[in-house]
Design a protein around this ligand. Structure first.
Ligand SMILES: [Zn+2]
Length: 141
């Protein structure tokens, strides 16, 4: 199981016991990315349909504004949802992550997923939105 999936399971287990409204429930990043991919594909198809429609209307010598507007509204709607998803994913990215996408653990010098050495600043700043935040370590005392 990937770290992301495990994390998602932990999240749902944790929020199950909490009273509603304490922590806003966000869909797991994997679900958002999958929806994003599907939307991008749907958007491409819709644009292609619109192009075909336009040519067909040209061929018949009459443009139907209502059909064109409908198709455009679809694409604009998809764009709006894509922006929403990007924002959600962006918030998640505040938690430091390795280049491979795995969340970085506090004070670790290597990625727990791929083993890549981490830049010095990344681990120090590593406390995710759902990680318990400890007081800063006082090392030079
Ligand atoms: Zn990594």
């Amino acid at each position: 199981m990937s770290p992301l999936l495990r994390r998602g399971a932990e999240e749902s287990a944790a929020t199950a016991d909490e009273p509603a409204g304490v922590a806003p429930r966000r869909p797991p990043a994997g679900v958002l990315r999958r929806e994003r991919r599907a939307l991008l594909k749907a958007r491409e198809l819709r644009l292609r349909d619109l192009g075909g429609l336009l040519v067909e209307m040209y061929r018949r010598g009459g443009f139907r504004d209502d059909l064109l507007a409908e198709g455009c509204a679809d694409v604009v709607g998809i764009d709006a949802r894509l922006a929403e998803i990007d924002e959600l994913l962006q918030t998640r990215r505040n938690a430091p992550r390795c280049e491979c996408g795995a969340p970085i653990l506090r004070r670790s010098h290597f990625c727990p997923n791929c083993g890549r050495p981490l830049p010095a600043g990344a681990a120090a700043a590593a406390h995710g939105d759902d990680t318990v935040i400890e007081p800063a370590p006082a090392e030079d005392r």
